[in-house]
Design a protein. Structure first.
Length: 133
């Protein structure tokens, strides 16, 4: 006698294990989310920051020296006392700050040396670049 073919097996794959796994994952994520929320409810006072920026992203302070011996930072001209205050403030705001000194090829070396002295006074590292036209 020939047995009848069971139609339930030929309809498609058995999805019962897949559904079990989905439910287990759902339960896992629900439990993990509860732990995350519990950590946020801790009574912690966070410190306040007045001025902050990432140290790795801090650009160099670029001091340009014209051929007449004038100091320019960010397209603004400074005298030597104002430049000293600017360098000191930049060092105070960010201890990792450095300076790039760009001197015109026709400018006297003494102007670049003065900027180096201002940087050394506040212990700010500097690099020198010479432009020649």
């Amino acid at each position: 006698m020939k047995l009848p073919v069971d139609s339930s097996e030929s309809d498609g794959p058995n999805l019962t294990p897949v559904i079990d796994v989905v439910f287990l994952l759902l339960i896992f994520f629900l439990v993990a989310t509860e732990y995350h929320d519990a950590e946020r409810e801790l009574d912690v006072t966070l410190p306040e920051v007045a001025q902050a920026q990432p140290l790795a992203m801090t650009p160099e302070l670029i001091v340009n020296i014209t051929n007449e011996g004038r100091y320019k930072v960010a397209a603004q001209e400074y005298g030597e006392p104002e430049l000293a205050a600017l360098i000191a403030q930049a060092k105070k705001n960010n201890p990792q700050q450095s300076t790039l000194i760009r001197g015109d090829g026709d400018s006297a070396l003494r102007y670049a040396v003065r900027v180096m002295g201002l940087c050394n006074k506040v212990k700010m590292p500097y690099r020198i670049a010479a432009l020649q036209e």
